[in-house]
Design a protein around this ligand. Sequence first.
Ligand code: AP5
Ligand code: MG
Length: 213
Amino acid sequence: MAAFFLPFYTIFACYFSIHKMKHIIISGPPGSGKGTQAVKLAEHYGLVHISTGDVLRDAIMRKTTLGVIAQQRIDKGNFVPDDIALSIIQEFIDDEHPGSNGFIFDGFPRTLNQAYIFDDMLLQRGQQLSAFILLYVLNEITIDRMQKRALKLGRPDDAHIDIINHRIKIYHEVTEPIVAYYENKGLLVKINGEKTEEDVLSTIIEKLDKRLR
Ligand code: AP5
Ligand code: MG
């Protein structure tokens, strides 16, 4: 009898697991407004915001082993290795926020390899992505924003124009290919990030609402 009901139970559990969780990626070049929008979207949709950059900066501040490894790379505008980024995500979703409605992933994935492994992680959990938001902003505008932010927050990777340019170069070379990957999956939501913060947010919500129904 149990053997008869088990397949139905599995399909039932899988269906609700897939439809309950909402996972959204927000991507775009350095300074495009990912963090600014992710905080507001998390609040609006009742999701948990995870910024791999924030986790790494926190580790650097606390001088943990992860922080020591990360600092050498981040301060020069280079990425941390994929396995570090992936283990941050895994720990955050499984150990720190197991009962959440879903996540806004800010600055992750950042390489095609991270995207492939992330797909497997979600598949193993019977979950899927709802959308991949791309904030597109001209380089001149993001540079101006980062230089202004440097005066307020003092992030070492904003401190010098050469490092800012290096981050932008790596974004175009290494991260941008993931846009086509998610476009092919029908998940791409393209947003002009050059408008005001309020306009960007309302456009994202308008487009996401149609997908999250
Ligand atoms: P991360 O912290 O993700 O940095 P980033 O991608 O360079 O992006 P930023 O945080 O600089 O910008 P943002 O897009 O969040 O914009 P924000 O909202 O702040 O990563 C840092 C580093 O960590 C990486 O370089 C890498 O080394 C490492 N790392 C992180 N994730 C990794 C991963 N998965 N794999 C490997 N390595 C990883 O806005 C910018 C400024 O503009 C702010 O001052 C804001 O107030 C302002 N602003 C925002 N929106 C607007 C608007 N619409 N109009 C005017 N101003 C605006
Ligand atoms: Mg950010």
